[in-house]
Structure formats: C-alpha cells, structure tokens
Design a binder for this molecule. Structure first.
Ligand SMILES: [Cu+2]
Length: 126
C-alpha cells in the first residue's frame, strides 16, 4: 500500500510538471508587428480590418517615442500577442534596420506564455 501511495504522489508531481511545461509553448509566428499603443484601438476589430491596420502601420510611427515606450506585439490570424522586454528591444532594432516603410512582416520565434511571447529570435519576413 505504501508503494502505491508513493506511485500516486509521483504521478501527481509528473502531472504538475507536464502542465507547467505546457504553459510555455514553443512558437514560430509570422505577422505584422505593431506597437501596443497604436494597435490598442484595432485589437478588437474584425481580423481583416485589424490586419489591414497592422499592415499599414508605418516604421516611422513604430519608432516614435510613445510607441517604443508602449512595447510591441505581433498580430497573427486574428490574434494579438504582446512581446516581452527582449522582444521589444529586438523589434525596435529591426524597425530601425528595415528599408520598408510599412507592410513590415516579421517572424518571431520564442515561447508563448500567458498570452505573451517570450521572444528568442526576430527576423524580417521576405
Ligand atoms: Cu505606432
């Protein structure tokens, strides 16, 4: 009986470990990156309209002090994922580097956690 109890505790620990591992889901997403402030008014719009707004948001705007301060996120298939601090820094650098004025698509790789992306790598798409 004691062995069985130990086994059950072992399984419970395993289940908890598995669920917290799931909370960090590895992701690779491609979409338009916009600052949190500018996208706030579009986030609840229909996906088509929101995608259009994200596409038309300019590099110039993304690099304005207020926009930088608000942080960034990516809009993919009708969903908005804000970035962590590292993601924000990488995004700013990419916006500074890109030769595009708008329609700036990025590929973000990292971990999804609590609806946020913990960014590991960010590259410009196309
Ligand atoms: Cu902006």
């Amino acid at each position: 009986m004691k062995k069985l109890a130990i086994l059950w505790i072992g399984l419970a620990v395993l289940a908890v470990t598995a669920s917290s591992a799931l909370a960090h889901e590895k992701v690779k997403l491609t979409g338009y990156v916009v600052d949190v402030m500018c996208f706030a008014e579009h986030v609840s719009a229909a996906p088509e309209a929101a995608t259009k707004a994200a596409a038309e948001h300019t590099k110039e705007c993304a690099l304005m002090a207020e926009c930088v301060k608000s942080g960034y996120g990516i809009y993919v298939d009708g969903k908005w994922y804000p970035f962590d601090a590292k993601g924000n820094a990488l995004t700013k650098a990419l916006f500074e580097k890109t030769s595009k004025k708008d329609h700036i698509k990025m590929i973000v790789e990292g971990m999804k956690h609590d609806g946020k992306i913990l960014v590991e790598k960010l590259t410009e798409a196309e």
